[in-house]
Ligand binder design. Structure first.
Ligand code: ADP
Ligand code: MG
Length: 625
């Protein structure tokens, strides 16, 4: 709740709107006790008194009625009618939306066609027609405004409900034998409530305007009763001669509606949890870079490497914290080499991989240091156009879940063809031939027919092979595979790994292979680097690292891999949790979980040590005396 209010008040406009509205509401609530003159008492002798006259602070209207008193009573009425109209519209609209979204089929058809009929009429005409049928009067105006606004809520909420009604937790509730009523109230409603509130907050202003509009036309509140619309309507004859009579209610309507809308916007921002992480502010096309140019030039790169990263710093600035997700990361990949990047979930593997092509969303991500060279070309701070040329062409990515990386509505063939045509001006037929060839290469049976299938028609393993084919289609020099087999079962994982291995040998492409599983590393990678809390803690040839890990963390990770045929050995897990990268301990980040940690480890951060041709960041490496 506190977080909600701090989000709400972060925006000065929202704060202004909130307090203005609170003050207004308070004032209209205490109006009966303010001892104001009766708003309806006519005194034609006093008509059109200007503002600041004796006893009439805002002056009087054409019948000599006190404008301040009428304004307060009128605001009260307009607010009450506007808010109740939106409550009713939200209630009936959401009810219709939830019912038709939840039950679907015939219920949906009947309700939605009814809503369509309402929507077929021009909005204001419909309201006028309803009042014409019911007769003028405030309550009838309210009914008209509610009726014309119901479709807005019904449509919105139906859409959201359809999305929720088939989620697993609703199925689970159904399986547990809950009644429809209970499912709607306890499962569906809490999920659509924020949307109802947001929709309401953005329409209240609108409805106040509509009721004022109807009153202005004489169809809403009837004389002598004052509401803002009717005050404005009655003042229009004296608009030129006595402007204050119309300007005063006009300003009040303006103030209320603008405050309601500002507050509605603020409310929407505060209620949407995605905004907290900055996800809705559209990220830039490339990660923000704040690197000192001179520092960047001073880095020494490995000249034989295809990809060389030195001192990479990628940070996330979230509220007041800075998460150092990649913290002084350096490594290189040689042409044709497969490098494994291993670490627990959250250790910064994906961030490092995405930093290479500037794919970290900014905000909140920023690259604050380091240098990345691909074939001698500096990638950090590279112009966006050039970066785009490289993405998917020279450097390709394969992600964990191919179902979310392939577009669900396009055939895989078209997606493969598009991937080529984005980068190379070749004909569709040529691109298609290339796609077929690659599908064969990744062992998809019957590729010509399969080109016309949609992603959901493939199994998980097949989809991942399509993703591999897509990565390969532009003959990249580097493939970055981010846990490509984590979502697959073991046999399919084996097949995918062997395809990757075969392709690497045949085509000489380099692979940065990210995984949390040392078992997978041993099948594919030549060399491996181990990452912990944003830093690289060990590097070496795969066999060496597997046989004699130097860092206690690596050793524990390897012990976590179950081995077949080893009898009943206990399966290890690493106790404790990795530290938050915004709040790293002063010494070694792993010290709190390390069985060997000495006092030195908790105070002094270890630097890189070279042990034969391997590298480790530890004060007390394993197996070294
Ligand atoms: P993994 O090693 O499992 O791939 P990641 O590289 O995805 O881990 O994440 C490393 C850390 O970076 C996470 O613990 C998280 O704190 C932070 N992080 C990653 N992506 C974002 C993001 N978009 N916004 C904020 N923080 C992020
Ligand atoms: Mg990851």
């Amino acid at each position: 709740m506190r977080q909600f209010f701090s989000m709400l008040f972060k925006n000065p406009l929202t704060t202004f709107a909130f307090f203005t509205l609170i003050t207004l509401i308070f004032l209209v609530m205490i109006t009966p006790w303010l001892g104001l003159e009766d708003p309806n008492v006519i005194n034609t002798g006093n008509k059109y008194l200007p503002a600041f006259s004796d006893n009439h602070i805002l002056g009087t209207d054409h019948l000599g009625r006190d404008l301040f008193s009428r304004l307060m009573w009128g605001t009260q009425l307009s607010l009450a009618v506007g808010v109740s109209a939106s409550l009713f519209a939200a209630f009936f609209g959401s009810l219709i939306g939830i019912l038709s979204g939840y039950f679907g089929r015939r219920v949906d058809n009947i309700l939605m066609r009814g809503i369509d009929m309402l929507m077929a009429f021009p909005y204001i005409l419909l309201a006028l027609a309803i009042v014409a049928v019911l007769g003028p009067g405030l309550i009838n105006a309210l009914v008209a405004v509610v009726v014309v606004n119901v479709p807005f809520f019904a449509r919105n909420i139906r859409g959201v409900t359809v999305g929720i009604a088939h989620k697993e937790f609703v199925d689970a509730a159904r399986l547990a034998g809950m009644s429809h009523f209970k499912i709607i109230v306890f499962e569906i409603l809490p999920n659509v409530l924020p949307i109802i509130i947001v929709a309401m907050s953005t329409t209240v202003g609108w409805m106040i305007l509509e009721t004022a509009g109807l009153s202005f036309l004489g169809l809403g509140s009837q004389p002598p009763q004052a509401d803002l619309g009717s005050m404005l309507g009655q003042a229009r004859n004296s608009l030129i001669s006595h402007p204050h009579v119309s300007v005063i209610p006009g300003l009040m309507i303006f103030l209320i509606v603008i405050c309601v809308n500002l507050l509605g916007d603020g409310l929407r921002d505060a209620l949407d949890p995605r905004l907290k992480s900055g996800a809705l502010s559209r990220p830039a096309a490339a990660t923000k870079v704040q690197v000192d140019e001179n520092e960047k030039k001073s880095y020494q790169h490995n000249q034989d490497a295809l990809l060389s990263i030195v001192g990479l710093q990628t940070r996330f600035n979230i509220s007041h914290r800075t998460y150092k997700a990649s913290n002084d990361v350096s490594f290189h990949i040689k042409p044709g080499e497969c490098l494994g990047l291993v670490g627990e979930s959250g250790s910064g593997k994906s961030v490092t991989a995405l930093s290479i092509m500037g794919l970290i969303p900014s905000p909140p991500g920023v690259i604050t240091g380091g240098s990345i060279q691909l074939d001698g070309e500096e990638l950090i701070g590279m112009p966006y156009e050039r970066l785009r040329e490289l993405r998917g062409d020279k450097v390709a990515y394969i992600f964990q879940d191919p179902l979310s990386t392939l577009h669900p509505l396009f055939k895989v063939g078209d997606q493969l063809i598009e991937a080529v045509q984005v980068h190379h001006p070749i004909s569709r037929a040529e691109a298609r031939a290339k796609a077929i060839e690659l599908m064969e290469e990744v062992h998809i049976p019957n590729p010509v027919d399969r080109l016309d299938s949609f992603p959901h028609e493939f199994s998980g393993g097949m989809r991942q092979r399509i993703a591999i084919a897509m990565a390969l289609i532009n003959n990249p020099s580097l493939i970055i595979a981010d846990e490509p087999t984590t979502a697959l079962d073991v046999t399919v994982q084996g097949q995918v790994l062997s395809i990757l291995d075969q392709l690497r040998r045949e085509r000489g492409v380099s692979i940065l292979f990210i995984t949390h599983d040392f078992g997978v590393v041993s099948q594919l990678c030549d060399r491996v680097i181990v990452m912990y809390a944003g830093k690289i803690v060990e590097e070496g040839a795969t066999n060496d690292v597997l046989e004699s890990p130097l860092h206690p963390y690596t050793k524990r990770l390897i012990q976590c891999v179950p081995k077949l045929g080893r009898g009943k050995t206990a399966l290890h897990a690493i106790d404790g949790l990795p530290p938050l990268t915004c709040d790293l301990p002063p010494g070694c980040s792993f010290a709190p979980r390390c069985h060997k940690a000495s006092e030195n480890c908790t105070r002094v951060e270890p630097t890189n040590q070279i042990v034969v041709d391997r590298l480790v960041k530890c004060h007390e490496p394993e197996g070294v005396e």
